[in-house]
Design a protein around this ligand. Structure first.
Ligand SMILES: Cc1ncc(COP(=O)(O)O)c(C=O)c1O
Length: 385
């Protein structure tokens, strides 16, 4: 029995990789997107208008959170949350070292210094023990918050992280840029911390046709401050309360996001079915280790990431077979020049950076595509043995 149904409405092709996800997603929604964009073009309102407000309300309902505020991108969302909490120069913010550099960049833009903790090897998310060690060490002096990244779409160990954060009196913030649709103990990620940052970059599970982002929170005062800061700190037109920024969401992107939000649950289910197909085939593989899902968590599979030895050789082998694979992320943040470039060892982050490989994953792939990837992986075993 097929693990995953063929996806309807997609052009059938023997080349599974002809369309990458952003374009496949656009094609899938083309008629509705065109209609929505024509509506915006005719409206005469192009920035922070009715579409943005409607998207904010609809996405808040999707998550089960009181407030969503649209901003220009996910990096800004991190910066604006910190600024709204008055966390900036003179403060430190913990970031998992194995994460995209955008997370540390967003922290740095607030004026705070990013400091790095290690990850759990199974889920690639912030390790509560490493956070605790950091907070107890001299480097932990001045830490005001931690940004918890639900990397690849797997929820972090929230309960343990919250316990550590509470014991040390720091804010726990979420980065959900890769985790739209992930659940922790039945709750959507983005509703767990004081506030959450989302990105809707075109490769994300919920994807705009350009840059877009949002802040989600149950804290009305925090949401209000984000609103002020995202537009020059204006309390009213041309009257600023804060030295804010320009990080507005535009009407076209909000209208696009409204169309795609309506299909988000279904597309996450398709990602999960595809992941199940990979899992079933990779069971007992000697080439790669399939990703784990911790009990009580629903993975959103923004990425399907395996671990392997001889990663770079395997990547080249798959690329020669025409299969689009990627390494996210090759250099841990604590080793990057922009963030100190130290020689400190964060063992699990270093190990993950050397071993991870993202296999093709998006809701428009078929079970056949998964089989093609599996067969190419098996050939590598033959090559290697
Ligand atoms: C985990 C994570 N955080 C933050 C960002 C930054 O988002 P953006 O590219 O919209 O600024 C990204 C994405 O690129 C991301 O994957």
């Amino acid at each position: 029995m097929p693990v995953m149904d063929e996806i309807e409405d997609m052009p059938s092709t023997t080349n599974h990789w002809a369309l990458l996800y952003p374009q496949a997603d656009q094609r899938h929604h083309e008629a509705a997107l065109t209609h929505a964009m024509q509506r915006v073009c005719a409206s005469g309102s192009y920035i922070l208008g009715a579409e943005v407000e409607a998207f904010e309300t609809e996405f808040a309902a999707f998550l089960g959170v009181n407030q969503v505020k649209g901003v220009a991108n996910g990096t800004d969302a991190i910066e604006l949350i910190l600024r709204a909490l008055d966390i900036g120069e003179g403060s430190k913010v913990v970031v998992p070292s194995f994460a995209p550099s955008a997370v540390a960049a967003g922290v740095a833009r607030s004026g705070a210094e990013p400091v790095f903790a290690d990850i759990e090897p199974g889920t690639f998310t912030l390790c509560p023990e490493s956070l605790e060690d950091l907070l107890r060490s001299p480097r932990g002096r001045g830490v005001k918050a931690a940004v918890v990244v639900h990397l690849y779409g797997h929820p972090a160990s929230w309960e343990s992280l919250q316990r550590v954060a509470d014991a040390h009196g720091i804010e726990l913030l979420e980065d959900c840029a890769q985790a739209h649709g992930a659940l922790w103990q039945g709750r959507a990620v983005g509703t767990l911390g004081r506030a959450a940052a989302f990105s809707f970059y075109p490769t994300k599970n919920l994807a705009a046709l350009g840059d877009a982002g949002a802040v989600a929170t149950n804290d009305a005062a925090l949401a209000e401050r984000v609103c002020l800061i995202r537009q020059y700190g204006w309390k009213e037109r041309n009257i600023s309360l804060y030295a804010g920024v320009n990080s507005r969401l535009d009407e076209l992107q909000a209208a696009v996001l409204r169309v795609k939000l309506g299909a988000l649950n279904e597309s996450i289910l398709k990602r999960r079915r595809l992941a199940a197909a990979y899992d079933a085939l990779l069971l007992g593989s000697r080439v790669v280790q399939a990703p784990v899902v911790r009990g009580g968590c629903e993975h959103a599979y923004h990425q399907y990431v395996v671990r392997c030895e001889r990663r770079d050789a395997l990547m080249q082998h798959l690329q020669r077979a025409g299969i689009p694979v990627a390494v996210l992320y090759p250099v841990p943040l604590h080793r990057q020049r922009a963030f100190g470039g130290g020689n400190e060892i964060l063992l699990e982050s270093d190990r993950a950076a050397a071993a991870v490989l993202s296999l093709p994953m998006h809701p428009y792939l078929s079970e056949d595509a998964v089989r093609v990837v599996f067969e190419a992986l098996e050939n590598f075993k033959n090559e290697g043995s």
